[in-house]
Design a protein around this ligand. Structure first.
Ligand SMILES: [Ca+2]
Ligand SMILES: [Ca+2]
Ligand SMILES: [Ca+2]
Ligand SMILES: [Ca+2]
Ligand SMILES: [Zn+2]
Length: 571
């Protein structure tokens, strides 16, 4: 690919405005800046070093370009091994350009670790759960988003070269940073027959002319040249394999789902993360952070896919509360946004049996410059938004988000102008707004962790009904909003169900109590000493056993995703 001379000084100035200083990264981490890939790694190492008892830092695998994908486990060994606890999985930045997702993950880790022992709620979830945090899934993407010239929306792909336009060449015509400022902005050319004119209130804004009106400009698209001389501009850039269209559930080939690879889990990093998750079957809730728009998305990603109402109810426990923690967001099924195949949250729910959310971070409308914030959201004021965003850039962000239009001599078009929103704008909050964003969104993950099952078991009724024969009733209670198994996992036999096992006596009969008052019990035909079950959200499951013998009878509850429990009684 032909490259224009990069003005390194300009990039350096730009980069230092938004990313962490070259200086030392210390605990607590700072969130008034963005960490580049190396700094994310450094931040994880610093957390791991500062909290050796509570953390474990693993390399999950490597990327296409050989960068390491890190996972931080937060677990208190004094309260048990990670696999014995409900697992909370959090990742971000699967799309290379969606960098603040990584900051939310880092913030969640930083919050749990630095407030452990100080804040009761945080201490509780550190003790109760195993937290698995992968701040950057697409490590190459994050690296290149910082290092290369980009638009706010480019560099999303996994680094697998692809022939996007079917000409037999791969990645032969990407964007070109003509003015060498580290951004891919817009190009416009003066043209009296063009379809655009400038907004009379703000000459930086291009508006479409009305029929019969004289035009002023033609928009030429993103910065660049026709590298391969095929008459098309920037038609085949880096990638494009979309890491969030290559998971195992409901995967479709690229003629159905653009961005799909040749098979599910294409991309060595994705494969490694899948292995990591599969090895942790205790994961019961997962978050994957993206930008943007302000959304909490749940399954399904296609309308025809069934979701049991009780699973939706469990999702709602978190989703509806999340709306209040992140005002302005919406909570919906992901197909309401658009239909996807092979997305990560469906994989997590339908293959790993974990409840899963996609968090679409940041709303651009939050970049306000006006007295009455609500006014810009009223119908009829939509045209005001670009003007307001530019005023926000001018007066609040001190001009750091927008590049003023400037003359440039283009090798093909001659005199043009280059300008518009820079790389670190539009989908990312300015660093001064980052602390609130990471805190509110990490608080939703905390809420979800708090809602993972907490199971207590008690023997609540013992009756002698014959010579050495007892009727014993056991109650299992879940005090939290997530069930121990999703209804879908039970229905599809995704993995062995939770078990209630009786030992110490001969179980003559045993089964689920449907109504204790009228003694309505569904007895299990074979092996009554082992009952298969799932404990619903905020619910109870009651069992009755007829036990022959004397001495101590032990009841063991075991679950892949909830913590085990025991109870006993002396007969
Ligand atoms: Ca091509
Ligand atoms: Ca540029
Ligand atoms: Ca071309
Ligand atoms: Ca090009
Ligand atoms: Zn995304």
């Amino acid at each position: 690919m032909r490259r224009y001379i990069l003005l390194f000084q300009l990039i350096l100035i730009f980069t230092t405005v938004f990313s962490a200083d070259k200086g030392k990264i210390e605990v607590p981490l700072r969130f008034d800046r963005y960490y580049n890939y190396e700094e994310v790694v450094e931040a994880l190492k610093v957390l791991n070093k500062a909290f050796p008892e509570l953390t474990k830092l693993d390399v999950v695998g490597k990327s296409e370009e050989g960068r390491e994908i890190y996972a931080l486990t937060i677990n208190n060994p004094k309260t048990g091994e990670p696999l014995s606890k409900p697992g909370v999985y959090v990742d971000g930045n699967i799309h290379g350009n969606e960098i603040q997702a990584g900051e939310v993950c880092l913030y969640y880790a930083n919050m749990l670790l630095t407030k452990y022992g100080e804040n009761d709620k945080i201490t509780k979830v550190v003790d109760k759960n195993a937290h698995y945090i992968i701040p950057v899934v697409n490590v190459d993407g994050r690296y290149h988003f910082f290092t290369d010239a980009n638009t706010p929306s480019s560099n999303r792909s996994i680094r697998v070269p692809r022939d996007d336009d079917g000409d037999g060449l791969v990645d032969e015509d990407g964007y070109d940073d003509l003015d060498g400022d580290g951004n891919i902005c817009q190009m416009r050319i003066k043209d009296p027959f063009g379809a655009y004119k400038v907004d009379p209130e703000d000459k930086r804004i291009m508006v479409r002319i009305k029929p019969g009106e004289q035009g002023e400009y033609t928009l030429l698209g993103f910065e660049g040249i026709d590298n391969d001389g095929d008459g098309k501009l920037n038609e085949d850039g880096e990638g494009y394999l979309d890491a969030n269209r290559n998971w195992g559930y409901n995967w479709m080939p690229s003629y159905v789902q653009s961005g799909a690879g040749n098979f599910p889990l294409s991309g060595i990093g994705l494969k490694a993360i899948n292995d990591y998750i599969t090895a942790r079957p205790n994961i019961i809730i997962g978050f994957a952070f993206h930008n943007n728009g302000g959304m909490w998305l749940r399954v399904p990603s296609e309308k025809s896919i069934y979701v049991d109402p009780s699973d939706i109810a469990a999702y709602d426990v978190i989703g509806k509360e999340a709306l209040k923690i992140t005002p302005g967001y919406v909570y919906q099924a992901s197909y309401d946004l658009y239909v996807t195949y092979g997305d990560f949250d469906s994989h997590l729910f339908y293959i790993n049996g974990a409840f899963s959310f996609t968090g679409e971070l940041f709303q651009r409308e939050s970049e306000t410059y006006r007295e009455d914030v609500k006014k810009s959201q009223q119908p009829g004021n939509e045209a005001d938004l670009p003007r307001e965003l530019l005023k926000f850039n001018d007066k609040v962000a001190q001009g750091e988000l927008y590049k003023e239009w400037k003359k440039f001599i283009h090798p093909t078009y001659g005199e043009i102008e280059i300008g518009g929103w820079v790389k670190m704008s539009s989908r990312l909050p300015h660093p001064f707004m980052l602390p609130e964003l990471v805190h509110r969104n990490a608080s939703v993950v905390l809420l979800a962790a708090d809602n993972t099952p907490e199971i207590t078991m008690e023997v609540f009724d013992v009756k002698k009904i014959g010579k050495e024969l007892h009727q014993v009733r056991v109650r299992l209670q879940n005090k939290k909003g997530l069930p121990t198994m999703s209804a879908n996992s039970v229905k599809t036999k995704l993995y062995p169900q939770d078990m209630l096992k009786v030992s110490g006596g001969k179980v003559v009969a045993g089964g689920k109590i449907n109504d204790a008052r009228i003694n309505k019990v569904t007895y299990k035909e074979k092996k009554p000493e082992i009952q298969f079950l799932a404990i619903p959200s905020y619910g109870v499951a009651e069992y009755q056993f007829l036990i022959e013998g004397k001495g101590e009878i032990i009841f063991n509850y075991s679950s892949l995703k909830a913590k085990c429990a025991t109870a006993s009684v002396k007969l």
